[in-house]
Design a protein around this ligand. Sequence first.
Ligand code: PEP
Length: 252
Amino acid sequence: MSNRQPIVAGNWKMNGSQADSAKLLAGIKQGQGSMSKARIVVCPPFILVPLAAKELTGTVVAWGGQNLDPHKSGAYTGEVSGAMLKDFGCSYVIVGHSERRSLYGETDQAVAEKFKAAQEAGLVPILCVGELLAEREAGQTESVVARQLDAVVNLAGIAALANSVIAYEPVWAIGTGKTATPQQAQDVHKFIRTRVAAKDAKVADGLRILYGGSMKAANAKELIAQPDIDGGLIGGASLVADEFLAICRAAD
Ligand code: PEP
């Protein structure tokens, strides 16, 4: 890794009551003081964002949403806008998570619109890209990731990536306990950086590319040690304060 600031972001998905989220936040709050370099981010479900804001204000830990609606406001029942997230102190928002793509039918174009809306609201999008197992087995990993990335670049422009984070998440590694090997992950991270560099070398050099997919304390160090891996997007392991903090320390 160059001198890019590492990021470890926790994606809580649809987990947590008020009581156990308060406990988790308290644990993270207690451990965050020992970090000197890594950026720590937690992304709770929308309804727990105010709790995160309350508990994390005044700490080095930032918080964000897991999704947003691309519209600014209006008759979009059940949705939350970027401006609303910003109003609750969010700095980041995840866009294009594979669960959003597969379970809620988000197309590359819809993800690109969310990416753009996030930046317009003053949020840093964490753009998730990654291939399905069948796509990897068919040798399509690079073409899938390129297609997902290009949709965003075509809509928002290459310069927009300077104010974003990318998460490479092979879908077959998410929530499965099956992690990409450091080399498999590095290869795709390098592919992403090279593709961005072909359009803008400076943006590529500064771009934080996180790995996601069953990252935990036991494998974080090896993954983050790869030259193009700048941290992690963590699902399951972000729900346990000690485990999440151990990953943050590995990145720090
Ligand atoms: C994720 O959902 O972004 C993720 C990486 O999940 P897990 O760490 O549980 O594989």
